[in-house]
Unconditional design. Structure first.
Length: 126
């Protein structure tokens, strides 16, 4: 059961999924240490405070203007070249900003197998 299904009208809660998923790992050695859990909590708090949407909503609302919706109808313009495989392209219908997205990384994160990277590895790189 996901936070998205429990709180469908409160997407800000969906950001908490990574820490909940990590703390309920079956094997104790897969769970984060208290320090790592605290670092992840601080990262999640920063993401929420900064107003970033949860991964499930990425690609729906423009991250630049916040007003427009992202469409893929006219998004791929590459001077006659074909669209690279595995990538999706979007254009904001309000400000015209253009986005490219690696669909396999996005799909892995949305599937709640966890982010495309390990949070523990990511926090260790900072």
């Amino acid at each position: 059961m996901s936070l998205q299904s429990i709180f469908p009208d409160h997407p800000v809660t969906w950001h908490l999924s990574p820490i909940l998923e990590k703390t309920i790992e079956e094997k104790a050695y897969d769970r984060p240490t208290p320090e790592t859990a605290l670092e992840l909590s601080e990262k999640i708090y920063s993401v929420i405070e900064s107003g970033f949407p949860p991964i499930e909503l990425v690609g729906k609302q423009c991250a630049v203007c916040g007003f427009g919706e992202l469409t893929s109808e006219s998004a791929w313009v590459a001077w006659g070249k074909g669209r690279p495989e595995g990538l999706a392209y979007f254009e904001c219908n309000h400000c015209g900003f253009y986005f490219a997205q690696n669909k396999s990384k996005y799909d892995k994160s949305v599937e709640r197998g966890g982010p495309a990277f390990s949070w523990i590895e990511r926090l260790g790189q900072q």
